[in-house]
Design a protein. Structure first.
Length: 404
């Protein structure tokens, strides 16, 4: 389409455009319906999809036009060709930005809301289908009732009325009616508090229970039932898996084939211990990272080594001469820990009291001096020997004094 350069031609084009717009205004106004409760989600979705398709078609048209102009262009003014290319590229960029904006609205705005309102939308569709089905059933019953005799018409009508009332009552209790379905419809009316005859079914029960008048938002997102404290506490008390036991089962009891490391690669600390499965996994992870990224990881610092030794329970105070003497003190600590539990506990003094009592208890003998040498009428042989030694020592000291 050639560009109009003369002023009369531009004026005629503008006049024709205004006249066509005025003629099309009533037709467009009749298609647009007023929305009292705002624009619904479905209308927004349809408008976004339509606008997205229009912009997509326009972008395809621009690409086709540019391809055609590039193949059929002849030698002409290079400045005009450059200006046309700049204008077309700018227009293409604007269309692409609009497409990105519309796609963002649909993915981040419409789709999450549609997922939350899916239950309400399905409920409204089921309610509409039930209403149409009831109308068809009533029409069929009316057509069947018109073929009966005049004498039986009154009784049949009464029976049909009673049956219809019973069926309608059962349907109103079993199936949500249009009024109850509209309570969950997207829009302002779906969030208003029902009053009077508008409250049907669950809405009426909620209105009867809630008399405070406080606004409570509807629950449109699925939620998980809260768990009891007893079950949570039971899960916390569940014993943890033992890494040592898993390693033992995998190495000793499992019949699955397993790659064995080279001899000497798992021996550390001068042959006093071997690497665990966790240490070997950590070395494999470091090696894979270094080989993948072509970089050397730093060695373990003194701070990290001290922290690891603290976690493992090792320190310089428990190591001497290249050996770990920690196990010697663990036995004494274990005895003290076990015996310290009974302090101030039971009436007998607890475990520690029993231990002290057992240490002070003498040997029970009933076979006179033939057993341990201790009886009611005798003394311990060792005590008598010690007394004899003391007597001899005192005599020596006395004799030595007299000699002086």
């Amino acid at each position: 389409m050639a560009v109009q350069t003369s002023l009369p031609a531009l004026l005629d084009s503008l006049t024709n455009s205004l006249n066509s717009a005025i003629d099309a205004t009533p037709k467009v106004a009749g298609l647009i319906q007023p929305t009292q409760d705002g624009v619904s989600l479905l209308d927004v979705k349809n408008e976004l999809l339509l606008s997205y398709l229009q912009n997509l078609v326009f972008l395809i048209l621009l690409k086709i036009r540019n391809a055609r102009d590039g193949t059929t262009s002849s030698s002409g003014n290079e400045n005009n060709d450059g200006d046309d290319e700049d204008a077309s590229s700018q227009l293409s960029d604007d269309v692409v930005k609009k497409l990105v904006e519309l796609r963002l609205f649909m993915d981040k705005g419409v789709r999450p809301l549609e997922e939350k309102l899916r239950f309400q939308l399905d409920k409204m569709l089921r309610a509409a289908d039930d209403a149409d089905r009831r109308k068809e059933q009533l029409a069929q019953k009316a057509a069947a009732g018109g073929d009966d005799d005049d004498d039986k018409s009154e009784s049949d009508e009464e029976d049909d009325d009673e049956d219809d009332e019973a069926e309608n009552g059962a349907d109103s209790l079993a199936r949500p009616g249009p009024a109850s379905a509209n309570q969950f419809a997207p829009g302002v009316r779906g969030f208003e508090k029902p009053t009077g005859a508008a409250a049907v079914g669950m809405a009426a029960a909620a209105t009867a229970e809630d008399k405070t008048g406080i606004y409570r938002p509807p629950k449109i997102a699925p939620t998980v039932m809260p768990t009891t404290e007893r079950r949570e506490a039971r899960g916390d008390r569940r014993p943890m898996k033992s890494a040592t036991m898993d390693e033992y089962i995998a190495e000793e009891l499992s019949s699955a084939p397993m790659a064995m490391p080279s001899v000497g690669t798992t021996i550390v600390a001068g042959g006093r211990k071997t690497k665990t499965a966790g240490e070997k996994a950590e070395e494999d992870r470091r090696r894979d990272y270094e080989e993948t990224n072509f970089v050397r990881l730093p060695k373990e610092s003194k701070k990290d080594r001290a922290k690891r030794n603290k976690i493992e329970g090792r320190s310089a105070r428990t190591q001497f001469g290249g050996e770990d003497w920690r196990e010697l003190g663990e036995g004494v600590d274990r005895i003290s820990r076990l015996t310290s539990r009974g302090r101030g506990g039971s009436s007998s003094g607890g475990t520690r009291a029993l231990l002290e009592k057992s240490r002070k208890r003498g040997r029970e003998t009933t076979d006179s001096a033939r057993g341990s040498g201790l009886n009611e009428s005798t003394r311990e042989i060792g005590d008598r020997f010690n007394k004899r030694v003391k007597t001899l020592e005192s005599g020596r000291r006395d004799r030595g004094g007299k000699r002086r």
